[in-house]
Design a protein around this ligand. Structure first.
Ligand SMILES: [Zn+2]
Ligand SMILES: [Zn+2]
Length: 424
């Protein structure tokens, strides 16, 4: 068996890992685009580079639907099967439907065609389910659920040529379902030869990491202090949104407001995850519209929690509502990565619309140093630990792990126990 880290050993995002069996089956795990803000353009935006990478590939398996893992799916030839979690696919379809509606309204023909191509490509995806193994040629894959800021994220156990490889994808323990990680690894994954794992937080170790539960408590405190609460956060960060919804439900008669697109995401969440936990049932959100006078009245009288994003529709709604609201009782909670404020001037302008009260409440979707160390210890791989999704100068050997485990950390190409490991 051969393992090749095409990309990701020395950068966060843009992940591409290949597993190749001795019989020649070649599977990619994730085919991610570089994150925005990378110094250089993405080499796979060049069609010839992408087709060279995909030449001879038997299948592509995505750990989750963030763009730095699922970046080029619409450019993959039809004959290469692509796999993702069922809900994960649905969430992306919702995002694309919203983009398509906008493109249609703007009569942007080129964009309409591009989005339709993406939706068509997603309909050809094969979906997998947790703990249900499937095969691509002679490579066996078993997905296990992990907590991350994208819903429906998985780690993948790969069995090939008598070896067991665990690829964690992006993960964390401080999400609502994060506690399940230990049981998943100890009871289901069991022993492995190779661990391929993310290391995002190695370079951000001074950040205090709050749990989603602590975030929910802080949101409740904000709602108790302010009558009118706007929250700016990712429309697909379902742990955050579920915590917000639960916090708001503690205040009787206070509407939980969003737009039609966000409510479509809530319907998907409720359909797929609601059966596992009530936390993920969000079926009573009010859809904002300038025509809904009764809703406006209720919001102004009783207060509200409104999920917002930076776009012209929300700008219009915020401009309409603000003159009716007491500035001392109104707040914006900024609940996403702070760096976006530096990178996006339009977003800064949007935030200024909410007046003097703005608070930052957020936590990362990635594993803390403690969790990374625990993942190494719990899996205790026989042959190798391959860190990916990390900055070039961050080092797994600085984790609190044994000398024996440290000796197994691989950052350059080598042969280990009959496996060729190539780090590009
Ligand atoms: Zn990622
Ligand atoms: Zn991610």
């Amino acid at each position: 068996m051969k393992i090749r880290i095409h990309r990701g050993a020395n950068q966060i995002g843009g992940c591409i890992t290949e597993i190749r069996s001795d019989n020649g089956t070649r599977v990619l795990i994730d085919l991610g685009h570089n994150l925005p803000g990378e110094a250089t353009a993405d080499m796979f935006d060049e069609a010839s580079n992408l087709s060279a990478l995909l030449d001879g590939i038997s299948g592509i398996i995505y750990t989750h639907n963030h763009g730095d893992h699922l970046g080029f799916f619409d450019q993959v030839p039809r004959e290469i099967p692509q796999y993702i979690g069922e809900m994960s696919r649905e969430v992306i379809v919702n995002v694309l439907d919203e983009s398509l509606n906008k493109a249609i309204r703007a009569e942007h023909k080129c964009l309409i065609e591009k989005i339709e191509r993406k939706i068509m490509s997603l309909t050809l995806f094969r979906t997998y389910a947790p703990k249900k193994s499937f095969c691509v040629g002679d490579i066996k894959v078993t997905p296990y659920f992990v907590s991350h800021s994208a819903a429906d994220s998985y780690m993948l156990l790969i069995e090939c040529d008598g070896k067991r490889v665990l690829h964690t994808g992006d993960l964390r323990e401080h999400g609502f379902l994060g506690k399940g990680l230990e049981k998943t690894i100890m009871s289901y994954v069991s022993s492995v030869d190779v661990l391929i794992t993310e290391g995002t937080m190695l370079s951000r170790d001074d950040e205090h990491t709050m749990t989603e539960s602590e975030i929910q408590t802080q949101m409740t405190e904000i709602m108790a202090r302010y009558k009118n609460v706007f929250v700016l956060c990712s429309s697909t960060n379902f742990d955050r949104l579920a915590g917000l919804h639960k916090a708001n439900a503690g205040f009787r008669g206070r509407p939980f407001v969003c737009d039609v697109y966000q409510n479509a995401q809530f319907k998907t969440l409720t359909q797929y995850s609601g059966k596992y936990s009530d936390l993920y049932v969000i079926d009573n959100a009010a859809e904002m519209s300038l025509k809904k006078v009764n809703l406006h009245k209720k919001m102004i009288e009783r207060g509200f929690t409104m999920i917002v994003r930076d776009n012209p529709t929300f700008r219009k709604w915020v401009s309409y509502l603000m003159p009716h609201l007491d500035p001392d009782q109104t707040v914006l909670v900024y609940s996403q990565y702070k760096g976006y404020l530096k990178e996006q001037p339009k977003l800064r302008d949007f935030v200024r619309m909410f007046g003097k009260n703005c608070v930052y409440i957020h936590t990362t979707g990635h594993a803390t140093r403690q969790t990374l160390a625990r993942v190494c210890k719990m899996t205790n791989p026989k042959s190798a630990i391959i860190p990916i999704h990390k900055e070039v100068d961050s080092d797994f050997c600085t984790l609190d792990i044994s000398e024996e485990l440290r000796a197994k950390v691989i950052s350059s190409t080598r042969y280990v126990d009959d496996m060729e490991i190539i780090i590009d």
